[in-house]
Design a protein. Sequence first.
Length: 100
Amino acid sequence: MDAIERRFISLRMVSWYWNIPLTSPLDHLTSKTMLKKHGPPGVLSANEEATIVEWVFGMQECSLSISLHQLKLKVAELTQTRATLFKNGIPKTSWWHWFK
């Protein structure tokens, strides 16, 4: 992208060389691709995500591993005070697959 911005190579040449649509490099240059969000809306706030990360790393420092079930219970614990789309308040395994 830097080469395109400095006009060392044209958008058409990039499109031809990598066999991609002409609009793809243009979208990246204009940051159009950054505006679209894919997947369902997030359930956790930034603070809640930070809490989960701290908890996971804290468990790691204690040489303890956590299972996916334990992670889902921790998420349920953090979100129990508000309405979520989780059945019985606990996320399903499909919730996890959005983060892989």
